[in-house]
Design a protein around this ligand. Structure first.
Ligand code: HEC
Ligand code: HEC
Ligand code: HEC
Ligand code: HEC
Ligand code: HEC
Ligand code: HEC
Length: 434
């Protein structure tokens, strides 16, 4: 006999709908995050290789983006269509240990090594499968139409990320649109499915009602009412909701871990609502007035509360924000500003070398600080970003006798090519890593 319980059908439908929606939502968010973090689009994959491509995308993001992009030279060459340029075994050997290949005298390896100023690409302890998935990812990305890299050389590694402010959630339009269409189509399909199932359930009831000699069990079903609390209590629904929750949590954690070290757009809340827009913008106070060491030493200092008091002992004495400066001084405690920019310890960066010697404006690296109410990290601060500028920025040699002779030798050897920071060794690993 018919032993189907229509409440089970309802809960099953609801659970199905809910799980599809959540999973696709997470998927869409994951895509957005991976796109906005480094301008590498992970979309466009098709067919059963999806998982492999996804794995490749993650590996690429973790190991390669600091030096490679698809469409432009960063530290190493652009990798678009690199799978057509080399056989798979060559690529595997190269990525695992490029210097061994150069030493072995492989003609192409030696050539590209020299072409890139003898910079060594690091070795990677990756398995064949992992390397294959990276190459697969590059292949899929190469087949997708190029999203034209925009932006200045100073921040082209993250061309699609932060250009108009913090947050950096600008999404490559194609991927977003594509996902939306899929999502809408799925919802429609699911709604149709749910309606069909409901109709079938009703038809069955009608059929049962038409019969005279009903058994107890079936009678119960016919007289049954739609009951939400049963769905809510249903074991299946509880298990599925729990599972989805776990998946979402895991996904978020993984995304966060990948994002470590890539802080572009980072904009922490500060303990006092100090505004650069007001001070450096409207009131045109020189950066140097507060960041007194920026032309003199490695670090730019954050001003002490006493510097604030030079002015605020006269102006705006009674506002609650200014009160906080007084409190800090009274308690003899520094104001606990939250650090925005932070290079990892393995890299050496010196402000005076760039501001005083190099003559580079603060805004080139820090963006339009004088328009920011709250400071955010404008540049990616990745190795590729540093090196890109060193490749292109002519050295400021004017009026510096030390350079005159060097420049003369360089000009004779390189007929007209600019004397860039890299001509002077500015892309040697040891300059930034000790
Ligand atoms: C520290 C910088 C750095 C990292 C990280 C890096 N590479 Fe490279 N890569 C280079 C440089 C520099 C070259 C150019 C050859 C040379 O100078 O050794 C290169 C060359 C290549 C080439 C040859 C390109 C061509 O046009 O023939 C491939 C392929 C490649 N890298 C893949 C990768 C992959 C995949 C990863 C991540 C697993 C990676 N690289 C990580 C710096 C890097
Ligand atoms: C009146 C003092 C004052 C002036 C003038 C000023 N700053 Fe600041 N700056 C601060 C204070 C205070 C902080 C720490 C709080 C914050 O991040 O907003 C800060 C933070 C910063 C940071 C972020 C530091 C970090 O935590 O990584 C940068 C970058 C910066 N300033 C650049 C500039 C530039 C460029 C100018 C000139 C256009 C300038 N500042 C002018 C007081 C000043
Ligand atoms: C060179 C003078 C000068 C210095 C130094 C200075 N300020 Fe100001 N600050 C001003 C002026 C001018 C205003 C605008 C007052 C107005 O709009 O009436 C202002 C306004 C402010 C305001 C907004 C006032 C409000 O009512 O909320 C805050 C907050 C503030 N400053 C914090 C600081 C802090 C923190 C420092 C030290 C890091 C600092 N200022 C250093 C000149 C200065
Ligand atoms: C060539 C790029 C570049 C230029 C030009 C530059 N900065 Fe920075 N700035 C950085 C980097 C990179 C950091 C992070 C340093 C670190 O974490 O060690 C930083 C950090 C800072 C900080 C936080 C404190 C510190 O030293 O870590 C302040 C404040 C700051 N810069 C202010 C300025 C001001 C003011 C100017 C202009 C006079 C300026 N910067 C010019 C790249 C630059
Ligand atoms: C102009 C400065 C500069 C030069 C030259 C430079 N690096 Fe870096 N490197 C950095 C900075 C800044 C970071 C940290 C930011 C990041 O991880 O992208 C870094 C990070 C790294 C990392 C850690 C990568 C990661 O993702 O954690 C490695 C490995 C590395 N560099 C190797 C090299 C090698 C090998 C060379 C020589 C080919 C080199 N670097 C030349 C500035 C430089
Ligand atoms: C906007 C361009 C620009 C960016 C971005 C930049 N630099 Fe530089 N850097 C220069 C210039 C210009 C010089 C040369 C200054 C001089 O000696 O005349 C220089 C010099 C250096 C030197 C000394 C090199 C030598 O030959 O002695 C080091 C080290 C260095 N930079 C590290 C870094 C690191 C690390 C980063 C990234 C966090 C970085 N730079 C980002 C422009 C830049």
């Amino acid at each position: 006999m018919i032993s189907c319980n229509s409440n089970k059908i309802y809960s099953f439908c609801l659970a199905l709908l809910f799980s599809f929606l959540t999973v696709f939502n997470t998927y869409a968010q994951g895509e957005q995050a991976s796109v906005s973090q480094d301008g590498v689009t992970a979309g466009g994959a098709s067919g059963g290789d999806d998982a492999q491509v996804q794995a490749g995308a993650a590996l690429f993001k973790n190991n390669c983006v600091s030096c490679h992009a698809l469409n432009e030279k960063v530290v190493g060459p652009a990798l678009r269509d690199v799978h057509k340029k080399h056989e798979m075994p060559w690529l595997i050997n190269w990525i695992r240990n490029s210097s061994k290949m150069v030493q072995s005298g492989d003609k192409y390896a030696v050539q590209i090594f020299n072409e890139y100023d003898k910079q060594q690409m690091p070795s990677f302890a990756l398995s064949d499968d992992e390397i294959t998935s990276i190459v697969k990812y590059i292949e899929v990305e190469s087949a997708a139409p190029a999203t034209a890299p925009t932006g200045t050389p100073a921040n082209n590694q993250a061309a699609t990320a932060v250009t108009d402010g913090p947050g950096g959630d600008s999404i490559s339009g194609d991927v977003g649109k594509y996902l939306n269409i899929v999502l809408i189509a799925l919802i429609v399909v699911l709604i149709v499915m749910v309606i069909t199932l409901l109709i079938i359930a009703n038809l069955m009831k009608e059929y049962l009602r038409g019969k005279k000699d009903l058994e107890g069990n079936d009678l119960e079903i016919v007289n049954q009412r739609f009951d939400f609390s049963k769905i809510y209590k249903s074991r299946a629904v509880q298990v599925i909701v729990g599972l989805i929750f776990a998946v979402v949590l895991l996904d978020t954690i993984i995304e966060e871990t990948y994002a470590v070290g890539l802080q572009q757009g980072y904009q922490p809340r500060q303990p006092i609502a100090f505004s650069h827009k007001l001070h450096a913008g409207e009131h045109q106070i020189d950066c140097n007035y507060c960041h007194t060491s920026v032309y003199k030493s490695k670090n730019a200092n954050i001003p002490s509360a006493n510097i604030c008091m030079n002015c605020h002992s006269q102006i705006q004495k009674e506002s609650p924000e200014i009160r906080k400066i007084y409190t800090a001084i009274e308690r003899n405690r520094p104001i606990e500003w939250v650090r925005v920019h932070n290079l990892p310890d393995l890299a050496y960066f010196n402000h005076s070398q760039h501001t005083k010697v190099g003559g580079i404006e603060c805004q080139t690296c820090h963006g339009p600080i004088e328009t920011m109410n709250v400071v955010y990290q404008y540049s990616p601060l990745t190795m590729g970003w540093c090196i890109n500028c060193h490749r292109e920025q002519p050295l400021n040699t004017e009026g510096n006798a030390y350079y005159d002779n060097l420049v003369k030798i360089h000009d004779q050897a390189n007929k007209g090519a600019a004397f860039t920071v890299s001509s002077n060794g500015g892309t040697e690993c040891s300059k930034c890593h000790y």
